[in-house]
Write a protein that binds this ligand. Structure first.
Ligand SMILES: CC(C)(COP(=O)(O)OP(=O)(O)OC[C@H]1O[C@@H](n2cnc3c(N)ncnc32)[C@H](O)[C@@H]1OP(=O)(O)O)[C@@H](O)C(=O)NCCC(=O)NCCS
Length: 197
């Protein structure tokens, strides 16, 4: 028997993870949530270093939520909305995806509406999601792929204990822009729980 605990399979239903100020939960497909989702992903500032262009219609938001909600059933990963604990309003998303059972690793991605930046909310959401895959699913490593100019994204990863591991040149073409990728990796034994580094 392997001395390395196996990856616990993805759950049948998306777990709800509740923190002090944010809760990770499934996105709803109602009109209020579609509008909140669209507000986030149509904002050029939010999408500045994203791997896609800003949304231009509510239909795109509706379709994206529908696809996202299928990820768990398809084995793609855990795709959460980040909702405020106080009023359950969706302010962002946090995804853990591309699980490799053999290698006990996955990738992470996240975004928050601009009105909610710099309040530590993304860090709290990351702590909840990372805690789930390390402590419940027994993963050993998480990878992040960020634009090297995305200082906020790098900072929240470093705060979790991620380390910069390399640069992949000209990895993305978004619209007319070509951009590099900075790769960061987090090992379970180096995780700070969001306490900072
Ligand atoms: C990246 C993002 C989720 C950070 O969210 P946030 O809630 O503002 O992050 P936090 O408040 O938890 O801040 C964490 C740290 O980043 C720092 N930070 C936040 N915005 C920053 C910025 N624009 N420039 C530099 N540092 C920044 C904070 O000061 C804080 O630092 P500290 O740990 O030293 O206290 C948010 O900026 C965002 O949604 N950006 C657009 C989407 C995106 O780029 N996603 C990542 C794709 S890889």
């Amino acid at each position: 028997m392997s001395a390395i605990p196996p990856m616990v399979p993805l759950p049948a239903a998306l777990p709800v993870l509740t923190g002090q100020r944010v809760r990770l939960r499934a996105l709803r497909e109602d009109e209020a949530e579609v509008a909140a989702f669209f507000e986030i992903f149509s904002d050029p500032e939010v999408m500045c270093y994203w791997s896609g262009v800003p949304m231009t219609s509510l239909d795109q938001a509706r379709e994206k939520i529908r696809r996202t909600n299928g990820y768990l059933g398809e084995g793609v990963g855990l795709a959460w909305g980040i909702a405020r604990t106080c009023d359950d309003r969706v302010i962002g998303t946090a995804n853990l995806f591309d699980f490799h059972a053999q290698n006990r690793r996955c990738e992470i991605g996240y975004a928050l509406g601009r009105a909610h930046w710099r309040q530590g909310l993304a860090s709290e959401a990351l702590t909840l999601g990372i805690g789930y895959v390390f402590e419940v699913m027994q993963l050993r490593r998480i990878e992040a792929d960020i634009d090297p100019r995305n200082a906020a994204s790098e900072r929240i990863l470093i705060r979790q204990g991620f380390r910069v591991e390399g640069l992949l040149r000209e990895r993305w073409v978004v619209g007319d822009e070509v951009s590099d990728t900075r790769v960061l990796g987090l090992l379970r034994r180096e995780w700070t729980g969001g306490a900072g580094a």
